[in-house]
Ligand binder design. Structure first.
Ligand code: IMP
Length: 193
């Protein structure tokens, strides 16, 4: 089975291919010849994920899924949340976003946070959604070189390493996107007969 993952993020493609382990062929946007930006105009993860999946499914007439992820920090009333990608401004890099979070949490003892991913799947013209959450703590400073985004400052509960100190396979087992993908794969397993 072929399924398009509506993302340009190579790290996400790598994570999902590792989670799916050859059960189906995941095509990136590059591989279907799309190189533009997909709009994300909403203020919920679910609506943004649906918008991205619909955008590609409609143009390319393919089964397709998209994800949207947010980091919700308790002491910041759930920020950056759906605005995680551009928390430090419209051109912000991951480095800028991390700097802003660390600055806002300076001297704060409540470091509780969670990552939430919503996957929107367009499958045979119907919509399905899968959510994954991982709880953890925001570290005082960056640790580790792997991963992407906020990984160097997020330590999942029950572990002594940040996400950026974990291999893709380790992160997938427990991460927000890993858990959402496991639900997606379980659903698709039922469809492949
Ligand atoms: P999006 O889902 O690509 O829009 O991600 C929103 C923001 O969260 C971006 O800044 C990403 O870098 C960040 N992000 C998404 N997934 C992860 C992850 O697994 N680890 C760390 N940061 C992430």
């Amino acid at each position: 089975m072929k399924l398009v993952f509506a993302t340009n993020n190579k790290n996400k493609i790598k994570e999902i291919q590792s989670a799916i382990l050859g059960k189906m062929e995941i095509l990136s946007l590059d591989e279907i010849g799309f190189s533009g930006e997909i709009p994300e105009d909403y203020d919920t993860l679910k609506e943004n994920a649906l918008q991205k999946a619909t955008y590609i499914a409609t143009r390319f007439k393919v089964n397709c899924f998209a994800d949207d992820t947010g980091l919700e920090i308790e002491a910041l009333d759930g920020r950056p949340g759906v605005y995680s990608a551009r928390y430090a401004g419209s051109q912000a890099s991951a480095e800028n976003n991390i700097d802003k979070v660390l600055m806002e949490l300076k001297g704060e003892s409540n470091r509780k946070a969670l990552f939430r991913t919503v996957i929107s799947l367009k499958f045979n013209n119907r919509d399905y959604f899968f959510e994954g959450i991982v709880k953890g703590q925001i570290l005082e400073s960056r640790t580790g070189e792997e991963g992407f985004g906020y990984d160097p400052i997020f330590q999942p509960d029950g572990f002594l390493q940040s996400f950026a100190e974990m291999s893709v396979a380790q992160k997938n087992k427990i991460s927000h996107r890993g858990l959402a993908v496991q639900k997606l794969v379980q659903f698709l397993d039922g469809k492949i007969t």
